[in-house]
Design a protein around this ligand. Structure first.
Ligand SMILES: N[C@@H](CCC(=O)N[C@@H](CS)C(=O)NCC(=O)O)C(=O)O
Length: 219
């Protein structure tokens, strides 16, 4: 029995769940996965058995409960000593871009909900959405240029929390076909080929649940 349990929502729609899930897979941490489909009458009662916020993801580790995607990633980084860049200056930037993702990009969240299995969706480009897409592009270019030049294809070279935090954006950009720089396109192509993200998307495609609120954009 693995010592960790990760409680997640739908793989197709739950962007917050994807972050710790993919980080744990990438770090090679074994865990039991509990899936609670979102937007069901039972969801609130079920999730209350695991954590206090009424939301997923939740990590259980012995007596410890952690109930926010970034807090879970931080907790796992403390346990494993991995996930953040070793260099302090790089780590400060990695934390900044993760915090920016965690607390911002509201237009993108609302207008381009994560829909892992959907392709070629088109929505009107509002100024707010365009600004969010441009800012992500700028972040990825800046991280790759300053920190990604050695040691691997990820934002800070080696795969880390920043890549996990931006994995849902990779799927959004793939679904809604964002207009982005060559660097960002290259980063997305790399991330989409990554086996763990592929495993997540494969599972999303097999899920039976359809939530109209997340099914946006013309095909
Ligand atoms: N800040 C939280 C947000 C978690 C969150 O909003 N989760 C959504 C699913 S993606 C949820 O549980 N929604 C259910 C609800 O609000 O009823 C985190 O980073 O984990």
């Amino acid at each position: 029995m693995p010592e960790f349990t990760l409680v997640i929502g739908n793989k197709n729609y739950s962007s917050w769940s994807l972050r710790p899930w993919i980080l744990m897979k990438r770090l090679g941490i074994e865990f039991q996965e509990v899936q609670l489909p979102l937007d069901t009458p039972e969801f609130k009662d079920e999730v209350a058995q695991y954590g206090p916020s009424g939301r997923v993801p939740v990590l259980k580790h012995g007596e410890v409960t952690v109930w926010d995607s970034l807090a879970i990633c931080e907790y796992l980084a403390e346990i494993t000593g991995r996930g953040w860049p070793a260099d302090r200056a790089a780590r400060a930037v990695a934390r900044s871009v993760c915090a920016e993702m965690h607390s911002g990009f509201l237009n993108m969240r609302m207008e381009w909900p994560m829909n892992a299995r959907a392709r070629n969706r088109r929505t009107p480009m509002t100024p707010g959405l365009e600004a969010d897409v441009d800012r992500v592009d700028e972040i990825w270019m800046d991280c790759r240029r300053r920190f990604g030049t050695s040691g691997g294809p990820w934002l800070f070279g080696e795969y880390g929390i920043a890549d996990a935090m931006y994995a849902p954006v990779v799927l959004r950009f793939n679904t809604y076909r964002a207009q982005i720089s060559d660097t960002a396109r290259w980063y997305i192509a790399t991330a989409l080929e990554e086996p763990m993200l592929q495993e997540w998307v494969r599972a999303a495609k097999e899920e039976p649940w359809i939530n109209k609120d997340y099914e946006v954009g013309e095909k």
